[in-house]
Write a protein that binds this ligand. Structure first.
Ligand code: MEV
Length: 449
């Protein structure tokens, strides 16, 4: 077997890493080396910044960064930055934003920003005696972390509460210290994890030195200390509403038919996990792209949202609809831990730009903006799905990708885009037109097959 492994790769220079990689895996392909280097930033300082975000950086990975204008949220107009590769997402968000701009905009509120973390541990004794011990030493967890929480406390945050949780119904001898935190404008991962590790030390020391616990009750095994990305209390809600008849204004569709299908679509996403997954995926098209553009952790936000979607024991839609007294109401309620300080927020130049564009929001404002992008995305998707179908708009936006794959010239692109303004875009249809214009045979085209 070929040995393509290496020791000390991370210690090599960037050039040496690329050289080793291409030699071992790509037969020393010069074009690959050139390609990777062509994505380096001209400004070495900016490039170094990116290099140092992670280990083993070779180059930069581009994603389109766009904006969706005309979002009115709580009477403020935002142009929302979005980083995403999927062609139709920004267009759909912008379309929904304009639609709701004329119907009162989005109303959003943050219900709470409480975060949570655990010290998971095993202990071998009677729960009541552990609880008694915990209540005797509880203050020590706060006292022993005063230096770590000082800054956060001056900002109005800190440790909100610590509780002992008995998990022996899940696993014999399994307990948790469950702590709640307010981390103000930071997502708080480092703050929380540092505190949890301190709690673990206090827990172990206090158990060892306790005068009341018996010798056989002093055995404790801390399994791990880690924040939970499931933050069900760190909750934001965004909503749109309008009179039923305003929903289909300017179209030839009756509001009754539209609403009936729209409500059915949300209901299907509530009762049917296959549909709920795709439905929520569309919501995360909007949410993730804002989370990414603002330098937040989209994996954390996704994981949290999906757990919340399953909180009732079945995976369900994160959006909800009601029609009462002639008023259509559509809303999202979703937990998300976002930060506007810390992490990449003040480091990555484009992330900094995103924050500036949004008026340097605080974490709560960013939660409302992000949830709104998710709601707008979902509204756009459901509206298309129950009317024209999704492919019309999606393929229109995908047209340029197909033409780029075909390596069409600018003039060919212009001509074909013009042609498809009045026709439904299909992959075959685009290839056919391209071949006709170029005067070549369809069989000579291998793209997408
Ligand atoms: C595509 O990325 C997202 C949609 O499938 C979402 C949905 O079906 O609701 C259009």
């Amino acid at each position: 077997m070929e040995n393509k492994t290496i020791k000390g790769f991370s210690k090599l220079s960037k050039e040496a890493k690329i050289e080793w990689l291409t030699k071992e895996y790509l037969e020393g392909d010069d074009a690959s080396i050139e390609l990777l280097k062509s994505y380096w930033h001209n400004d070495t300082k900016t490039q170094k910044l990116h290099d140092e975000f992670i280990e083993n950086t070779l180059t930069n990975f581009y994603l389109p960064f766009g904006v969706a204008p005309n979002f009115m949220i709580n009477d403020t107009i935002y142009c929302i930055p979005m980083a995403i590769e999927e062609s139709s997402v920004v267009a759909a968000a912008a379309k929904s934003a304009s639609f709701w701009l004329n119907r009162g905009g989005f109303k959003a509120e943050v219900i709470s920003t409480t975060k949570v973390g655990h010290v998971h541990f095993a202990w071998y004794g009677e729960y009541e005696r552990l609880l008694d011990f915990f209540n005797r030493v509880k203050d020590k967890f706060f006292q022993n972390t005063e230096n770590l929480t000082a800054n956060m406390r001056t900002r109005g945050g800190g440790i909100l509460d610590i509780q002992l949780v008995n998990k022996c119904d899940l696993e014999p001898n399994y307990y948790q210290l469950m702590a709640k935190f307010e981390t103000c404008d930071s997502m708080g991962a480092n703050f929380i994890n540092s505190l949890l590790e301190e709690f673990s030390k206090t827990l172990t020391t206090e158990i060892e030195n306790d005068a009341i616990l018996r010798d056989e009750e002093k055995k404790i095994q801390v399994i791990m200390c880690i924040l939970s990305n499931y933050t069900p209390e760190c909750l934001v809600r965004s909503e749109v509403s309008c009179k039923v008849e305003e929903l289909t204004e300017g179209t030839d569709m009756s509001p009754e038919v539209f609403i009936e299908k729209f409500v059915q679509a949300i209901h299907v996403a509530t009762i049917e996990p296959y549909r709920a997954t795709t439905h929520n995926k569309g919501i995360f098209n909007g949410i993730d792209s804002v989370v990414l553009a603002t330098g937040n952790d989209f994996r954390a936000v996704e994981a949290c949202g999906h757990t919340y979607a399953a909180k009732d024991g079945q995976y369900k839609s994160l959006t909800h609809v009601s029609v009462e007294n002639g008023i259509f109401r559509f809303w999202i309620e979703i937990p998300m831990a976002l930060g506007t300080v810390g992490g990449l927020t003040k480091l990555h130049p484009i992330v900094k730009f995103s924050h500036k564009l949004l008026g340097n929001p605080n974490a709560e404002e960013l939660m409302m903006i992000t949830a709104t992008a998710g709601l707008a995305q979902n509204f756009g998707a459901i509206r298309s799905l129950v009317t024209t179908g999704i492919q019309k708009g999606h393929m229109k936006m995908h047209l340029l990708n197909i033409l780029n794959q075909l390596e069409a010239t600018d003039a060919e692109k212009k001509q074909i885009v013009e042609l498809f303004k009045t026709k439904t875009v299909t992959h075959k249809g685009v290839v056919d037109e391209f071949c006709r214009i170029r005067g070549i045979e369809n069989k000579d085209i291998s793209i997408g097959k």
